[in-house]
Write a protein that binds this ligand. Structure first.
Ligand SMILES: Cc1cc2nc3c(=O)[nH]c(=O)nc-3n(C[C@H](O)[C@H](O)[C@H](O)COP(=O)(O)OP(=O)(O)OC[C@H]3O[C@@H](n4cnc5c(N)ncnc54)[C@H](O)[C@@H]3O)c2cc1C
Length: 362
């Protein structure tokens, strides 16, 4: 039985590679070329998900990833005094540039035919011609999303993420930092000895900030790098979205189309990888039993993922709200609550597990 994947961005590609590895028949359709290769976007992949990628999807060459084994949490009060510190003997996450991951995925799928969607009525036509075929929709704004998946939980973070890569003097660069500033969370994510990815999620005021203003803000908070230059800033509007229903008849949503969260914990794509593991298991199970990829399978996938995903993303929303609320009280709570967590090893281990495993293995 053939599966149709709609979308060729990171989610569509990783799904395609997972299916190809399991000899599951699929075709892939795309509207536009995958994102521009000069993008400065980076992605943090947790230790557990990196192990899953290596075992089941593809090995990422070591030279493309930077391991991070310590995370410092700081606040507006003092960008040098950590209120919370997570350090682990093992790696906490690996940082990779999105386009590098996309490049190796595409290379590994070079024998697969990608079909361009040219006709506006493609989506309706596909529904009629593939009544008994599974369609996995990894796009976020197409006919399927708008017609069948309007019911969702949403929250407007009223923030814009500005991302850039800074070049700096060479240092041992394996510690990430997140400063909860009065503008919003500012993350420094080490990419190599001389490069660090910066994600500044700034709450919207009146106008979009100019690159120069953001650079000055970052320079002000930065106490860790001797910055030589910034790459061009890219922006992303931040909204929380979680579909109430993961499937409609034979259409399944996947990736950010299913759940989209604040990047403060670097978990959006990690959630998708956790979903992927479960989806592939369900597909392989059905295939081995000679069962069709039908509603029962989709329902089982939804039952195994939705409660955890909702709880998990609400955990992220709680952290986002806590620090936003704290800003209104002159950072009174962020100077005491994280310090309490910092003193409690069990709680700290819980948070490390929360980030690495999701909620399923806690
Ligand atoms: C600023 C930012 C940082 C993120 N960092 C992480 C991370 O470290 N680890 C993780 O697991 N997930 C992260 N995510 C989520 C992750 O990027 C998405 O889950 C993933 O890219 C979705 O893939 P896709 O194929 O569905 O869509 P894509 O086409 O990859 O992304 C959809 C849209 O989201 C926006 N976007 C997504 N990611 C970024 C980014 N990094 N920078 C700028 N714009 C972006 C763009 O507007 C893009 O058009 C981040 C998201 C954002 C917005």
């Amino acid at each position: 039985m053939k599966i149709s994947i709609i979308g060729n961005s990171l989610t569509g590609l990783i799904l395609a590679k997972a299916l190809a590895n399991k000899n599951i028949n699929f075709e892939i359709f795309y509207k536009a070329k995958t994102q521009n290769l000069k993008s400065n976007r980076t992605i943090a992949i947790t230790n557990k998900n990196m192990a899953f990628l290596k075992a089941d999807i593809l090995t990422i060459p070591k030279k493309l990833v930077n391991p991070v084994n310590e995370i410092g949490i700081l606040t507006e009060n003092d960008p040098l005094k950590e209120v919370l510190n997570f350090e682990n003997k093992k790696v906490l996450f690996y940082l990779i540039r999105n386009h590098e991951l996309i490049k190796i995925l595409k290379r590994s799928l070079n024998k697969i035919k990608f079909t361009k969607i040219k006709n506006k009525r493609f989506y309706e036509k596909m529904l009629n011609s593939c009544k008994n075929q599974l369609i996995i929709n990894c796009e976020r704004n197409n006919f399927y999303n708008n017609s069948f998946f309007n019911q969702k939980f949403t929250k407007d973070y009223k923030s814009i993420a500005y991302t850039s890569i800074i070049k700096h003097k060479s240092i041992q660069n394996n510690k990430a930092r997140q400063i909860f500033t009065n503008y919003g969370p500012l993350a420094f994510l080490p990419l190599s000895k001389t490069m660090t990815s910066v994600v500044f999620s700034i709450r919207k005021r009146n106008n979009r900030l100019l690159d120069e203003n953001i650079k000055n803000l970052i320079k002000n908070y930065n106490k860790y790098y001797d910055i030589k230059n910034f790459s061009k800033f890219e922006i992303a509007e931040l909204k929380f979205e979680a579909a109430r229903y993961y499937f409609h008849n034979n259409i399944l949503l996947f990736g950010d189309a299913l759940h989209k969260i604040h990047p403060l914990a670097g978990q959006g794509f990690n959630m998708t990888l956790r979903d992927l593991k479960i989806l592939v298991n369900e597909l392989v199970k059905s295939k081995n039993l000679g069962l069709p990829f039908n509603k029962n399978l989709l329902s089982s996938f939804q039952n195994k993922t939705r409660p955890y995903n909702l709880l998990y993303s609400n955990g992220i929303n709680l952290i986002e709200s806590f620090f936003k609320f704290d800003t209104n009280f002159n950072n009174k709570f962020s100077s005491s609550v994280p310090a309490l967590i910092n003193k409690n090893k069990k709680l700290k281990d819980f948070f490390i597990n929360f980030a690495d495993n999701g909620l399923r293995n806690i």
